[in-house]
Design a protein around this ligand. Structure first.
Ligand code: KIV
Length: 301
């Protein structure tokens, strides 16, 4: 990877735009679902760093700076201990690294649930300090008033119902939701409530497939599934899960790579090169006569 960069004087970005790229907008995402039909499914992945955002951006409609970064980046056991400062730092990095996708930042636990006013203060800070276009928050009927309050004040909200990881202590774990009739009815009511409150899209996580299918058919806004249903209007996965960074992943994750194994192999090759003194080679050093070294060491020319 090159470490040099030119400053794009048009945008002040260290990494100039790859071309004339226009960022997708929240209304464009909302309008992808027309009369209950989403002709082109919505693609969302989580991203936490600028470089990963650059790599994912051309392929995604939405990049989610999920509070899953607590587990994925910081090694925390739950998302409950994720702070607003973490979300803002990573949100700003993802905005800097992306050009096309709508960037959505999770509001962390404890920063929005107390009142609509608390949520507005937190969400406004997130949008102002990161440059993201929208926030995501967990909760159904109980959060409907807050979602309406934010939407009326210019803050686009993505809702999140079903398995809501920030409520792990109340739920008692990460098991799939909606197994009983009563629980399924409650989750459907949650989805209807956040849709009526004005969210532009919602994540439905970890629910029985028929329930997710029913929600996608019941609400007007796009439903983005994770462990939900192929009938959803879009899908999201945690980037590290789909890259194969972890040995144990939930049933709903498809690994599109075995990145952990490839990182291990690269680290082993590096360690071998250092221990055998074959790294660094002449062409990886400054002030070494390459021609003289090349004839002495043709392998590293
Ligand atoms: O935090 C997160 O990454 C999420 C996704 C799993 C939807 O909320």
């Amino acid at each position: 990877m090159s470490t040099s960069f030119t400053l794009d004087t048009a945008t002040s970005r260290a990494h100039p735009l790859p071309g004339p790229v226009r960022r997708l907008t929240v209304p464009a995402i909302r309008q992808r679902k027309v009369e209950g039909v989403t002709a082109e499914p919505i693609v969302m992945l989580t991203a936490y760093t600028a470089r990963m955002a650059q790599l994912l951006d051309p392929h995604c409609d939405l990049l989610l700076v999920g509070d899953s970064l607590g587990q994925v980046i910081y090694g925390l056991d739950t998302t409950v201990r994720v702070t607003l400062e973490m979300m803002i730092a990573h949100g700003a990095a993802v905005v800097r690294g992306s050009y096309r996708s709508v960037v959505v930042v999770d509001l962390p636990f404890g920063t929005y649930e107390a009142s609509p006013e608390q949520a507005f203060g937190t969400a406004a800070r997130v949008l102002r300090e990161t440059g993201a276009a929208a926030v995501k928050l967990e909760g159904g009927e109980a959060m409907a008033e807050t979602i309406a309050f934010l939407c009326a004040r210019g803050i686009p909200v993505m809702a999140h119902v079903g398995l809501t990881p920030q409520a792990v202590n109340a739920l008692g774990g990460y098991g799939a939701r909606g197994r009983t009739e009563a629980e399924a009815a409650k989750i459907l009511a949650d989805a209807r409530a956040v849709a009526a409150a004005g969210c532009f899209a919602m994540v439905v996580e970890g629910v029985m497939e028929p329930l997710a299918r029913g929600i996608a058919g019941a609400v007007a806004c796009p439903v983005i599934g994770i462990g939900a249903s192929a009938a959803c209007d879009g899908q999201v996965l945690v980037i590290d899960d789909m890259l194969g960074m972890f040995e144990r992943v939930p049933r709903f994750v498809r690994r599109f790579d075995d990145f952990a194994a490839r990182v291990g192999a690269a680290a082993a090759a590096y360690a071998e090169a250092v221990r055998s003194r074959s790294f660094p080679a002449a062409e990886e050093l400054y002030g070494v006569d390459r021609v003289a070294t090349a004839s002495a060491d043709p392998v590293h020319r």
